[in-house]
Design a binder for this molecule. Structure first.
Ligand code: SF4
Ligand code: SF4
Length: 356
């Protein structure tokens, strides 16, 4: 924080500041799905020392904020330090006239009631937008199942990314602190593997922060679809010559073997490609039948109607199956699978075309 000029630049005494960790459904901190309680604790303590009133929360597509935070080990820290749980389970519709794409949002009450936000993203891979970092973290400010509707309305990942940027330009978090001490590579944001990166990234510019994290793992920031709209909207910059790095040099954390998809997401909305073509060439979720415990969470989460992943002939004793012509590639199923049994695969034709 001293390298950035101290917390006093971002927060005033007596302000109500909401901390926004990445909680998802709440998992053991050692799995690196969630922002680690130690980072949460340190950030909250700094805010308290600066004289702020601290609350916290996150909204997942499933479960209530409090239970998810307890499973992630955050509620215990919050109780110990006297942070209050903010209301992330319900919200109000707000208008955002300067938005690139989405002019109306439902935002959690706990965000609207605070004077400001400090965002605590986790350094992780993500099937839909490649990297879930500072910009993506604010998607959890949209309460509960409403998030699924955005996936349905904005099936193209690039539209979805523009919407993520819009949320950030509305909320305007004061500061972003990314927990990259232990990151997640591979099948993120929930089913990937732990990778030690030993880094904390702090910035008031989420686009620059994400771009810097991407460069550490040899991922071109332009492959992350929030980068360009992020710059276009004035949220920040991903250009290296406009980013000043204080503290240790980026090279000290360079990990080119980090497992992440390095190509930009394909345009896969039904409006742009016919369903047949889409199914032949676009990435899609697939279930590992050995890992699947037939819990049904993926079926419950699928936001399209009729569902694109479902029990085959109603049989709940075998892994669910996909109807790819219905699937909008939102990867909500992959995100929530507790066993990491769903990964993103390229269809055979796509693999052939890539080789050619
Ligand atoms: S969420 Fe995962 S484990 Fe549960 S039914 Fe779906 S694929 Fe199987
Ligand atoms: S099957 Fe999975 S990726 Fe496809 S629409 Fe449903 S939740 Fe999204």
């Amino acid at each position: 924080m001293e390298l950035l000029g101290g917390l006093g630049l971002f927060v005033k005494q007596q302000e109500k500041i909401v901390l926004k960790p990445n909680v998802l459904l709440g998992s053991d901190p050692l799995t690196c799905v969630t922002t680690h309680p130690a980072v949460f604790k340190a950030a909250g303590r700094l805010l308290q020392e600066a004289g702020a009133w601290v609350s916290y929360g996150d909204s997942s597509s499933m479960g209530k904020c409090e239970g998810n935070c307890r499973r992630a080990g955050l509620k215990q820290v919050g109780d110990e330090l006297g942070f209050t749980i903010a209301d992330f389970d319900s919200g109000q519709t707000v208008s955002h006239k300067e938005a690139l794409l989405v002019k109306n949002f439902t935002i959690a009450n706990g965000v609207l009631e605070a004077d400001g936000m400090v965002s605590l993203p986790k350094f992780k891979t993500h099937g839909l937008v490649r990297f879930t970092g500072a910009v993506k973290n604010q998607f959890g400010c949209i309460p509960g199942f409403i998030k699924g509707q955005y996936h349905v309305k904005l099936a193209d990942p690039h539209d979805f990314a523009a919407m993520l940027v819009d949320i950030n330009t509305f909320i305007k978090p004061r500061l972003y602190i990314m927990d990259g001490i232990r990151a997640m590579e591979g099948n993120g944001p929930r089913g990937g593997k732990v990778r030690k990166m030993n880094v904390l990234l702090l910035s008031a510019d989420p686009v620059a922060l994400d771009a810097t994290a991407c460069r550490m793992i040899n991922l071109d920031p332009e492959a992350v679809p929030t980068s360009k709209p992020g710059e276009q909207s004035g949220l920040g910059t991903y250009h290296i010559d406009r980013i000043e790095i204080a503290g240790e040099k980026l090279e000290a954390f360079y990990t080119p073997s980090f497992k992440v998809v390095r190509s930009a997401p394909q345009h896969c909305s039904s409006g742009r490609l016919q369903a047949f073509v889409r199914n032949q060439v676009c990435e899609r979720p697939a279930i590992d039948k050995v890992k699947c415990t037939v819990c049904g969470t993926c079926v419950q989460m699928c936001p399209v109607k009729p569902k694109a992943v479902n029990w085959h002939s109603g049989d709940k004793t075998s892994p669910p199956t996909y109807k790819y012509d219905r699937c909008i590639r939102c990867y909500c199923c992959q995100e929530v699978c507790p066993e990491g049994a769903i990964s993103i695969k390229n269809p055979a034709l796509s693999r052939v075309l890539m080789k050619a």
